[in-house]
Design a protein around this ligand. Structure first.
Ligand code: ZN
Length: 242
């Protein structure tokens, strides 16, 4: 995508002055036509775990293809946070926990609709481990989510009951991080919910599209992008990062 087109994506019809003001707030600056993450930026690597890779119990198509992209852009970040889906053995989000239910059916729980999944990312299992090819030694924090048996958590900030917080917003605030770049799996669930909740935490949010892959149930990737865009999440490519 050409620079001018990309700028329009990022900033709508705003002129250069607004673009610069936005970047000032974002804690990131353009070097030539690229975004250079600064000390107030963090890369968030969402759920790049064995269960979500090809061959895993909840494999995301081409999920492994995000790994080299994430490894490459991680070199531009001094701050990196990774997330890990981390479920109990009979978690409420598993179809196997509900008699007669199959994966990908929807049920109604106390906190709202819940998609039922194959068993995945059970605490302490190999499937829950972060992919061995992820190579980001400087990562500072791994935040686990979905560990309450009766509540799912796609978001790295807020569990599905929309009340229970993971602590990530406070962590980023204390670290004086005001801008996050979200990558990982899956675009339409954990990435989207994390990105939208990051906006609710008053962060500037970029989602690096080619560093994500989606599950895409009934157009859920397109719907997620609509929701993310409405929330003020900006879509970029890894080549936009210096
Ligand atoms: Zn899960």
């Amino acid at each position: 995508m050409a620079y001018v087109q990309r700028r329009e994506v990022l900033f709508g019809l705003a002129g250069m002055a607004l673009a610069q003001a936005t970047l000032g707030r974002a804690g990131a600056a353009f070097a030539a036509d690229k975004i250079k993450p600064g000390p107030s930026s963090a890369l968030i690597v969402v759920d790049v775990q064995n269960c979500f890779l090809p061959g895993g119990s909840l494999a995301v198509k081409d999920g492994d293809q995000v790994i080299p992209v994430i490894n490459r852009i991680a070199k531009s970040f001094e701050n990196v946070v990774m997330t890990q889906d981390w479920h109990t053995a009979h978690h409420v989000s598993f179809a196997s926990s509900h008699e007669g239910k199959k994966p990908f059916e929807m049920i109604k729980l106390a906190y709202g609709n819940q998609v039922l999944w194959p068993d995945h990312c059970v605490q302490g299992t190999e499937g829950a481990a972060i992919a061995k090819d992820i190579n980001i030694p400087q990562a500072e924090l791994i935040i686990r989510k979905g560990f309450h048996n009766d509540v799912d958590s796609y978001s790295a900030f807020l569990e599905a009951d929309k009340e229970t917080r993971t602590g990530l917003a406070s962590y980023l605030k204390e670290r004086k991080i005001d801008t996050v770049f979200v990558t990982g799996l899956a675009t339409d669930f954990c990435v989207a919910w994390t990105a939208i909740d990051a906006r609710h935490a008053d962060l500037n949010v970029f989602v690096v599209d080619d560093a994500c892959r989606g599950i895409d149930i009934n157009g859920s990737v397109a719907a997620a992008w609509k929701d993310m865009t409405a929330a003020g999440v900006k879509k970029i490519e890894s080549s936009d990062i210096a």
